[in-house]
Design a binder for this molecule. Structure first.
Ligand SMILES: *Cc1c(COP(=O)(O)O)cnc(C)c1O
Length: 422
């Protein structure tokens, strides 16, 4: 039998990959806790929780048991015209954890479709009131997914190039920092006064794909207040930040202004199942109530509210605020803070920062000298048995909550050796 990476070549097409030049993908055969094993038996620590999903560890027996029991009880039923216990229980348990204006849960099956539904909800919210609003507001360098609406809102143009002529109308503002708030506020005010704005979509406090860039909660709060005043719906994309990444359960809890719509996925199901949620306020929901059928939200995905996915969410919620996980959340946050203090003045570190369990280090290393730094760093960490996916010059760590102290040290040490070697 040929190995996985060999057999993979024949028929498979990978995401975010230029197959002419990319290295063969690594065949993975097993995962447990914060560790993967490849087909040669080599161990890797999952330093980014497999794109911020597997927060309670791979192969978590508690979650698997709950999912298995659900699969045996009721594997799947369509969610149009039917409901079921895991979806109802999920809504009863999740809504109280969200900002307190959130009232309704709409199900989708991945992050992009959660955003897509959020954007469509916002557009139809205005349409149902015969209010013609055709423009979205988004942050520069935001990332919201790869379907058309989500891609339109995303400001990372390297992905969007071929599709630019087909995107929705979007006006962009920089993220608010301590030193630019006045400028951003007046820019937003100008946009709101000039265009027919339907919604403002944002990753609250931390922009993942942009390179774990952080911004100011006070600043964001000021921007949300302007939108609220102008009747522009605020859509918080918490697909990356949700479920304890930034310290609180949701980043939106750091602002006084609450989002009208929220998008959740990734850690929602603890990495065990593709599922997502678009939640909204009662006010948004009520706009869709009418004797006219067409004012309802005619949007659906086949796997909406998949019972097995809902069971994974419920099991994850059991763990999120358990004493064991709360202890890990605190430990990782403090360990990150110590690591930032240790490396922030290193000559090869441009900026080191952390928020909750997210750690990011911008490297100050000359690109010319080392060619494609990002790929070299990636390979370097893989050789050390640590999975990290640097974004340009930024190395970030977003470990599963269950990473052990020793494993976390191994991740930090890999970064420290990179500072020596590069
Ligand atoms: C990952 C991500 C998405 C897209 O989710 P997919 O499941 O990959 O479609 C959208 N927004 C943010 C902030 C994300 O991190």
């Amino acid at each position: 039998m040929k190995n996985l990476s060999e057999r993979d070549k024949k028929h498979l097409w990978h995401p975010l990959t230029q197959h002419k030049t990319a290295a063969a993908p690594l065949g993975m055969v097993k995962a447990k806790g914060a560790v993967f094993w490849d087909e040669e038996g080599k161990e890797y620590i999952d330093g980014i929780a497999s794109w911020y999903t597997s927060m309670y560890g791979h192969g978590n027996p508690y979650i698997i048991d709950k999912m298995t029991a659900q699969m045996k009880q009721l594997d799947f039923v369509l969610f149009s015209g039917f409901t079921h216990e895991p979806a109802v229980q999920l809504s009863e348990r999740l809504v109280p954890l969200l900002p307190n204006n959130q009232a309704k849960i709409f199900f989708n099956d991945n992050g992009s479709t959660a955003v897509e539904a959020g954007i469509k909800m916002a557009l139809q919210y205005h349409h149902n009131h015969c209010d013609k609003r055709d423009t979205l507001i988004a942050f520069e360098d935001g990332f919201h997914g790869d379907t058309f609406g989500a891609m339109s809102a995303s400001g990372l143009s390297s992905y969007n190039g071929p599709f630019e002529d087909f995107l929705l109308k979007v006006e962009r503002i920089p993220v608010p920092q301590a030193d630019n708030l006045d400028v951003v506020v007046s820019q937003l005010q100008h946009i709101v006064d000039t265009y027919d704005c339907a919604a403002f979509i944002y990753e609250p406090l931390a922009q993942g794909a942009a390179g774990m860039k952080f911004h100011s909660a006070t600043g964001l709060d000021a921007l949300l207040a302007i939108c609220k005043k102008a009747g522009v719906l605020c859509i918080a994309d918490e697909i990356m930040t949700g479920f304890g990444k930034t310290g609180k359960n949701f980043a939106s809890a750091n602002m006084d202004q609450q989002p009208d719509i929220m998008c959740l996925s990734k850690a929602l199901t603890a990495g065990m199942f593709p599922l997502s949620i678009t939640s909204c306020s009662q006010e948004v929901y009520d706009r869709f109530l009418s004797d006219e059928v067409s004012k309802g939200f005619f949007h659906a995905h086949t796997f909406s509210a998949h019972p097995v996915g809902c069971a994974a969410v419920l099991a994850g919620l059991d763990l999120l605020e358990s004493p064991e996980i709360m202890e890990r959340r605190k430990y990782i946050k403090e360990a990150h803070e110590r690591f930032v203090a240790e490396v922030k003045d290193h000559p090869k570190v441009e900026n080191a920062r952390c928020m909750g369990i997210i750690l990011a280090i911008d490297l100050n290393i000359e690109m010319e000298r080392y060619g494609n730094l990002r790929d070299k760093l990636y390979q370097f960490f893989m050789e050390k048995g640590v999975v990290l996916r640097p974004l340009g010059n930024t190395v970030y760590v977003l470990p599963p909550f269950v990473i052990t102290n020793e494993q976390l040290n191994k991740v930090y040490n890999a970064i420290k050796s990179a500072l020596v070697v590069f």
